[in-house]
Ligand binder design. Structure first.
Ligand SMILES: Cc1ncc(COP(=O)(O)O)c(C=O)c1O
Length: 400
């Protein structure tokens, strides 16, 4: 059974088409749906063939820690969508973040990152990489001067997410990319909250994009995964060997789930954004809500940057409930439909209390600096009927 390329070689199709067709490899059986190559390794026709494949003299799959047809299909589909030359899939979003950063730095190097980050990303930069002699400076990502001032002669990487988790602040990616490049550093962007449909960091000047595929890409709560996208040179210089030799790889089974997830990404994200917009517009003036952040609303503090770098708002909306932690907990416990969790981007509507989950590790002062109050709740819109979701949220707010 030899895999052959499917007809979808064009990369200029619209995203909705690429999501369904790009990267498909068809075997001699001409299956409609992508095949799941659940294999650890491959058999070679001869010892000479084995030697040549191993040395890279002839192309072909070698070992599923770093090459597998189902993983390739996922990587190629994502690369087409993102406008990237190359991609490598990973076991989780955190494996993608850690691999991309570890591939860029060595002992003595320095990273500049935005302060407003998913808790584990901040841990990797501040604590984990620090163990290996990599120093870091965290800045207010909105303050371009702060990025410039943080640069040292050893700065090799810039890291940011936009919109940020959970406060949905926005960082000007094109401007930060210019500062990184002037400093001789590479910019890595975690694009989870924007999804590949709403923001293309590589086109804005970033050198590398990472995703937790666990979120919208699977989007149905089944498995974890991640992906790193960049130029062929970036992947070969900084990513390929880290994955090949250290093994933070995606399983072929999970790659297959992600491929099937991508097929419905556009319809899901579109519907979830419509629900999130309705929720944001309804709750914005609600008497039990102190503050609401939604990148799709004109009152977002960085609406001008959003207009410049994003195609649409978000499937996520964050708001501060009156009464601090007590108020937020009363609200969460009053929900009947929306699930309490730390996850997002799912078919099911979900809420998270960042102070006690994703951002628990930060001190109260660090959280306050980021605008993560004890009453803050992050809402991730699902695919239920929007009226039911809204009724659930409004009924729970009555309990506050
Ligand atoms: C912005 C962001 N980046 C990275 C991750 C990590 O992804 P994973 O849970 O797949 O490791 C998350 C998870 O919540 C996230 O929200």
């Amino acid at each position: 059974m030899s895999a052959s390329s499917a007809p979808t070689k064009r990369r200029d199709y619209r995203p909705e088409t690429l999501l369904v067709q790009a990267g498909t490899l068809r075997s001699e059986f001409k299956e409609t749906s992508e095949a799941l190559f659940l294999t650890q390794g491959y058999i070679y026709d001869s010892a000479e063939d084995c030697e040549a494949r191993f040395s890279g003299k002839i192309p072909g799959y070698v070992y599923s820690r770093y090459s597998n047809p189902t993983m390739s299909m996922f990587e190629q589909r994502m690369a087409a969508l993102e406008g990237a030359e190359a991609a490598r899939s990973t076991a989780t979003g955190m494996a993608a973040v850690t691999t991309a950063l570890m591939g860029l730095v060595r002992a003595g190097d320095h990273i500049v990152a935005a302060k407003a980050l998913f808790g584990s990303c901040r841990y990797v930069i501040e604590d984990w990489l620090g163990r290996f002699g990599v120093t870091s400076t965290l800045v207010d990502g909105r303050d371009l001067d702060a990025w410039k001032k943080a640069v040292t002669k050893n700065t090799k990487a810039f890291f940011l997410e936009s919109p940020t988790n959970p406060t949905l602040e926005v960082v000007d990616i094109a401007e930060v990319a210019k500062i990184a490049h002037a400093a001789g550093a590479k910019l890595v962007v975690d694009n989870v909250f924007a999804t590949p449909l709403y923001q293309s960091p590589l086109k804005l000047g970033a050198d590398c994009v990472v995703y937790s595929a666990t979120k919208h890409i699977d989007g149905q709560g089944r498995c974890l995964g991640g992906i790193i996208l960049a130029s062929e040179k970036f992947i070969m210089d900084h990513v390929h060997q880290v994955i090949r030799q250290t093994g933070p790889s995606l399983s072929p089974f999970n790659a297959w789930i992600m491929l099937k997830g991508l097929e419905t990404l556009a319809v899901r994200v579109e519907r979830q954004t419509a629900t999130a917009t309705r929720v944001a517009d309804t709750l914005a003036g609600h008497p039990k809500i102190v503050r609401l952040m939604y990148p799709g609303r004109p009152d977002h503090p960085q609406a001008d940057i959003i207009k410049k770098q994003m195609k649409a708002g978000s499937t996520i909306c964050s708001f501060e409930v009156k009464g601090g932690k007590e108020g937020a907990f009363r609200f969460l416990n009053g929900l009947q439909l929306t699930g309490i969790t730390n996850n997002l981007g799912d078919a099911k509507s979900l809420v998270t209390h960042p102070t006690t989950t994703t951002h628990q590790r930060l001190t109260p002062e660090q959280r306050a600096e980021l605008g993560i109050g004890d009453g803050l709740v992050r809402f991730s819109a699902g695919l239920e009927h929007p009226d039911d979701v809204l009724e659930d949220l409004l009924t729970a707010l009555d309990a506050v």
